[in-house]
Design a protein around this ligand. Structure first.
Ligand SMILES: NC(=O)c1ccc[n+]([C@@H]2O[C@H](COP(=O)([O-])OP(=O)(O)OC[C@H]3O[C@@H](n4cnc5c(N)ncnc54)[C@H](O)[C@@H]3O)[C@@H](O)[C@H]2O)c1
Length: 381
């Protein structure tokens, strides 16, 4: 298959994991060489030759014919002086990035460009981000031209949470360049009717908004709540508390920034509830954790005879690779849509991969099935 050329806005921890993953999977993909592969089936038993093939950490070893190693970063924007002007392979390791190293990244020949700061860096965030004094490329047409010149198939938005103006600026540039959009942040793009319509008209595919994380708090919470509902438990209240030490967690502790993430998480959880029950969600920043994240979930309910039941879960993950596993699928879906001449919000992929989507499926299993059918070309969208 051909390469998938990717432009990235925001060279933080999530971008670091995406770029590392591209090289990590080079070796792993050798195991699939000369074998017919399909997405692993949901029951885990497989339905035919090749279906039992598993590459650890990937939901789709091959997606629509594309491998993770087909993803090639061609453009990157940031605003931090420790990243701008550097090769992407170096910039991903500049402070305050603090994620785990799991692969060697060679020189990429992609210089990080100075994007417009807009609302990307608040006073609160300046504790970690040092804004560069380089001249900003602050014109949408210029950014669109850079995307066109580099033949970007998709633009990945990995900006700080709630950078609304910055996210819309890059999305606008992607529309002009006819590059697909992967919106990993809780700013409304797929969920904005005007953007969605425009994307359909311009044949620009969108997967958004806000990565679900491969195995994160939202997906775990949704499945646990679903299980309780299916088993007749009357849920009376629940909460989800997330804590970590990276810049994103620091950004989220600023209420004006964190509220979009809380709303996004709430939408993801609400969509599985068949009746209202009080739900709280919050985040804390604990610097020593670096890119480690801990999520605690507690659910209270009534069981048979009104007897009490309480469920507690604790998830410990490295935060950013947990988003990159989702990113590699979203990017490949965008490319597949471009190949098929499809634009607009990719509903099933967005529902499976993102927290907030216009169409929410009632379970992960349904969303996954719909996405896999779409990949095989059995659904329109
Ligand atoms: N598991 C996960 O890590 C996960 C899951 C879901 C969503 N997300 C979302 O992904 C986004 C990125 O997360 P991260 O951990 O990489 O954050 P990060 O803070 O490490 O990276 C953000 C980067 O954007 C840069 N930036 C700020 N303003 C900019 C601008 N105007 N133009 C270009 N670059 C700009 C910053 O300098 C920084 O390098 C966040 O919004 C987060 O909510 C992450």
């Amino acid at each position: 298959m051909s390469e998938i050329k990717v432009a990235i806005a925001g060279v933080g921890n999530c971008t670091n994991s995406l770029v590392q993953g591209r090289f990590y999977y080079e070796d792993k993909e050798q195991t699939l060489k000369n074998k017919t592969t399909f997405p692993p089936s949901l029951d885990g038993r497989g339905r035919g030759e090749g279906e039992r093939e598993i590459i650890p950490g990937l939901m789709h070893p091959v997606l629509g014919g594309y491998k993770v190693t087909d993803i090639v970063p061609v453009v990157a924007f940031d605003v931090d002086k420790r990243k701008v002007g550097k090769d992407l392979s170096e910039a991903i390791w500049a402070s305050p990035n603090c994620t785990k190293k799991f692969s060697e990244v060679p020189h990429l020949g992609v210089k990080v460009l100075m994007g417009p700061v807009l609302d990307g860096v608040t006073e609160h965030l300046k504790r970690y981000v040092e804004v560069s004094s380089e001249k900003e490329i602050d014109n949408v047409d210029k950014v669109a031209q850079i995307l066109k010149d580099n033949r970007a198939d998709a633009l990945v938005i990995n900006l700080p949470t709630a950078s609304e103006k910055a996210a819309w600026f890059y999305a606008e540039a992607a529309f002009k360049a006819k590059a697909g959009i992967v919106n990993g942040i809780p700013v409304l793009i797929a969920n904005d009717k005007v953007f969605a319509k425009k994307a359909e008209k311009n044949k620009v595919p969108i997967v958004g908004d806000d990565y679900k994380s491969q195995l994160g708090g939202t997906i775990l919470d949704r499945d646990l709540l679903n299980l309780c509902i299916q088993r007749g438990i009357k849920i009376t209240k629940s909460y989800q508390l997330n804590y970590g030490g990276n810049t994103d967690f620091w950004n989220l502790t600023d209420y004006s920034r964190g509220k979009t993430k809380h709303a996004s998480k709430k939408r993801g959880v609400d969509s599985v509830m068949t009746y209202p029950a009080p739900f709280s969600v919050n985040v804390s920043h604990l610097e020593v954790l670096n890119d480690d994240k801990i999520c605690r979930i507690e659910i209270w309910g009534e069981n048979f005879g009104g007897t009490p039941i309480k469920l507690e879960a604790k998830l410990h993950v490295v935060d950013s690779p947990n988003s990159a596993g989702v990113m590699v699928d979203a990017i490949r879906c965008c490319k597949l849509a471009l190949d098929r001449g499809i634009g607009g919000v990719l509903e099933s992929a967005s529902s499976y991969l993102m927290k907030s989507t216009p169409k929410q499926y009632s379970s992960e299993e349904r969303a996954r099935k719909a996405m896999d059918e779409w990949i095989k070309g059995k659904r329109g969208e």
